[in-house]
Design a binder for this molecule. Structure first.
Ligand SMILES: [Ca+2]
Ligand SMILES: [Ca+2]
Length: 195
């Protein structure tokens, strides 16, 4: 009988402890109603294998003020849904974050997804995502094939440098700040490739 009473007492105490901890969690849940805003961008829409992919964005609180030292997690998955990059960084004193990774020379051609999450004490976790594509060299318009339409894009910007009216950064395939015969040559080498 004494043993039964003790068990009952423990149950009652446990119930109150449980109730107390629920209340505690509840008060935190109120704080957590303030959602952060996370933005995510890449510096380009189309990349070639071996290129550097720059990822950047902002962390802001519900009053639109930037949040420093928020914990930003980044995951990049390839067209087969395999993770190719995973990183955790912190937002800087201006609420911004920057990250980058280099694409492998044998990177799959196709659409990649970047998933990001942000956590800072007192807020719920916020998520953001964006996409970019890895295209074969010479496929300037990213339609999966290297053909006359890509030549047209380079031809339209031929001879231009940054600042010129006809300058088109995507036509500068080798990234040397001029659209010239070397860019045409890259398209020519890959001409006819598809998929
Ligand atoms: Ca194309
Ligand atoms: Ca060039």
């Amino acid at each position: 009988m004494v043993r039964k009473q003790r068990v009952f007492f423990v149950l009652i105490v446990s119930f109150f402890l449980l109730a107390a901890s629920c209340e505690y969690l509840g008060s935190h849940a109120e704080l957590a109603q303030n959602d952060l805003t996370l933005t995510i961008n890449t510096n380009k829409q189309f990349y070639y294998p071996t290129e550097l992919v720059r990822i950047f964005g902002w962390v802001k609180d519900p009053t639109n003020n930037t949040v420093a030292e928020a914990n930003v997690g980044i995951q990049v998955v390839d067209p087969n849904n395999n993770t190719i990059f995973l990183d955790i960084i912190y937002s800087d004193s201006n609420g911004g974050y920057n990250d980058s990774f280099r694409l492998h020379s044998a990177s799959l051609i196709g659409a990649y997804n970047i998933y990001a999450s942000v956590y800072s004490a007192g807020y719920t976790i916020a998520l953001a995502n964006c996409t970019f594509s890895v295209v074969r060299p010479g496929d300037i318009n990213g339609d999966g094939q290297v053909d006359i339409f890509d030549i047209v894009v380079v031809a339209s910007a031929f001879g231009s440098v940054p600042g010129d009216a006809k300058w088109n950064a995507v036509a500068d395939i080798n990234n040397d700040n001029i659209v010239d015969i070397f860019d045409i040559a890259i398209v020519a080498v890959h001409f006819g490739e598809t998929g």
